[in-house]
Write a protein that binds this ligand. Structure first.
Ligand SMILES: O=C[C@H](O)COP(=O)(O)O
Length: 328
């Protein structure tokens, strides 16, 4: 069986029980540390490692496509743009390219939009099985009144979102008010009901890697299905050091509870090479099980474009202009 065919056949996902959360364990939180210089040293070695080549590279890139939350979060989003993006999510790689690669049925992990665009996206994705994710709770700052943030989640679920990307209150982390962070996250999880909840930490605003580690743990204790780095609107978004810290928090939580929590780096990931670095990091730290869309997503608006160009190069030996792969 070829590498690419294996990628296709590995797509069906094992059903895993949702993380139900647990009581807030402040002793565990207090024990969490982060050795910044060691983490930065390790992260610096990751992009320089020998990369996978040829068919293996194409297989990893196809895997990356299936893990993208194809995102548009702009003030000027229109129904037309969202519909075009949904068409792209249904067929992110051109049919002739999929045929040349010997695969079929490749789709992105989800579409990610603001509340206003949920119904349009649900309609455009009908029958595809692709979930709609909505950013919520006063995204991106998360500073609207608490009851409105909870109501926003409920409205988005009612409108058809199957995944809700909430933003935490950064001030709870910066003031070490862990109880408040836990209570907030738990209320958001309850409001989501059956919709899966991704907790956006906005790591670029949390001050230290130790804060990132502690906030990750608390969100998981409060029942997060995924932890996500960034809104894409902070001045620093997904980075490898932050990813290492969050992924290791996921591993510690799994070791202690047996529950799988997903990881979503988001913001500024736009190159195919970077996507492979993130996938390799997941594989190194958490193993193959976390290389599926139910446990790993990229939050990205332009990554797909570069992946398509690299796959076209793999097939034809030539790079096409990026406008040949329009996004929306
Ligand atoms: O969650 C997703 C991000 O908002 C997308 O960020 P990006 O436009 O930098 O890829």
């Amino acid at each position: 069986m070829s590498t690419l065919t294996q990628t296709k056949t590995q797509l069906p996902q094992v059903h895993l029980p949702r993380n139900p959360g647990m009581a807030l364990d402040l002793d565990w939180v207090a024990r969490v540390q982060a050795n910044t210089s060691a983490i930065e040293r390790r992260a610096a070695t990751l992009p320089g490692r020998r990369s996978v080549k040829k068919d293996y590279q194409a297989a990893w890139l196809l895997k990356a496509v299936t893990c993208i939350d194809l995102t548009t979060l702009s003030g000027d989003d229109t129904e037309g743009r969202v519909r075009r993006l949904c068409a792209k999510a249904r067929q992110p790689i051109r049919a002739d390219m999929q045929k040349a690669l010997g695969v079929s049925g490749i789709q992105t992990g989800a579409i990610c939009v603001y509340h206003d665009m949920i119904e349009t996206a649900v309609d455009a994705l009908r029958g595809s099985g692709i979930p709609v994710a909505a950013v919520s709770t006063g995204f991106p700052a998360g500073l609207s009144p608490f009851h409105l943030r909870v109501a926003e989640i409920e409205e988005s679920v009612k409108a058809g979102a199957r995944e809700i990307d909430i933003v935490i209150s950064r001030r709870h982390v910066l003031t070490q008010n862990w109880q408040a962070l836990y209570d907030e996250m738990k209320a958001f999880r309850t409001a989501c009901g059956d919709a899966h909840v991704k907790a956006i930490l906005a790591t670029g605003e949390l001050g230290s890697l130790r804060n990132v580690a502690r906030a990750s743990l608390i969100c998981m204790m409060a029942g997060a299905d995924f932890i996500k780095t960034s809104t894409g609107k902070e001045s620093v978004n997904a980075t490898l050091p932050v990813s290492l810290v969050m992924i290791r928090a996921i591993r510690d939580y799994f070791d202690a509870t047996g529950y799988h929590v997903g990881y979503k780096p988001a913001g500024g990931i736009s190159k195919a090479k970077d996507a492979i670095t993130y996938l390799a990091l997941m594989k190194d730290e958490l193993g193959n099980r976390w290389l599926q869309p139910n446990l790993f997503r990229f939050g990205a608006s332009s990554l797909l474009n570069d992946i398509e160009r690299q796959l076209e190069h793999h097939i034809t030996g030539a790079y096409s202009a990026s406008y040949r792969h329009p996004m929306g």
